[in-house]
Design a protein around this ligand. Sequence first.
Ligand SMILES: Cc1ncc(COP(=O)(O)O)c(C=O)c1O
Length: 371
Amino acid sequence: MSDINNLDKPSDPRFGVGPSLIPQEFVSSLLATGNEYLGTSHRKPNVIKVVKEIQEGIKKYFKLSDDYLVVIGNGGASFLFDMIGLGLVEKKSAHFCCGEFSNKWLKAHQNIPWIETENYSVELGKGINPRDVEGADMICATLNETSTGVIINDVPDLSETDKLLAIDATSGGGQISIDMQKVDVFFLSPQKVLASEGGTYVAILSPKAQARAKKIAADTKRYIPNIMDWVSSMDYAEKHQTLNTPSLSSLFFLNEQIKRMNKLGFEKVEELAKKKAKLLYDWAAEKEYLEAFVKEDQYRSHSVAVINVLGDIDLDNLLAELTDKKIAYDIGGYRKIGKKQFRIGLFHNIAYEDLAKLLKILSYKIESLLN
Ligand SMILES: Cc1ncc(COP(=O)(O)O)c(C=O)c1O
């Protein structure tokens, strides 16, 4: 194997697409809370203060008016796939699918006997923007399809209708723009751009979505497990609490990251993400042994980049070496796509300089293997 030891190494190997890089300072700040935070009650001021800061920080970051509600709970985005289907869809949801996660959400709704679904899919690597669908009362789309590195770039305006637009923003929320005034349910797991851990969900509900939750809850014939009860979760959110016991460390990290991103503001954060994306896609365009997986420029993500490796090399071996040498962890493609690919996080905490160093190492390594 050729030697990559003499090339400049990135300062942090966590380029994976989630769980993502949690800055060491956040861990130190958590440590500094001593016995004032971890191990204290989530119904008491020390934790309530953190939840309130998260909610206010998110509203500020996304420029949301006071009537939006930031609900935080346990279970992550996958849990919400079911909770949304059970408690926010009246009769029919339409799904715009372009990969693993958008399909999982569709399947979750297909399992619910009393709602219908409609599926609009494209093949892996292609993008699709959501649009209004007759007869559907919820339109579902994924802001950034983590499996393929595809984003949406336009959403329908349903404001004059009773319909809800629901967006899974798990791996793009915070650095991929979307018109939040048009979104009724904007949700994510915070272990990506928001640099926290898995197991928690964040759901931003418009007034229309809150009203829908209450309307469906009033229909006593519909079975909704208590843990998925939107109305209780919303009541707790109003009190800056969660329905059941949350992970306090996750809330802490989430709050630190939102504070950090609010110092720059959404536009600047997105600009930085686009700068990293340009570096990476330009690199792929320049090398004859690489190509961007997503061909349509307008759907190419600046949160998760997927690059095909065309050369005849043992990619698994290369990835193992990068892990071994603590250069880059978890940058292999999504297994089910079945291609030789890099899938690299462009999340806010990944430094431009580190990405540049990684790309140099990858070029050097692949070129030496091909020669
Ligand atoms: C776009 C998207 N949606 C949903 C999920 C599921 O999130 P979780 O594993 O936190 O439930 C993921 C996880 O990577 C994701 O990338």
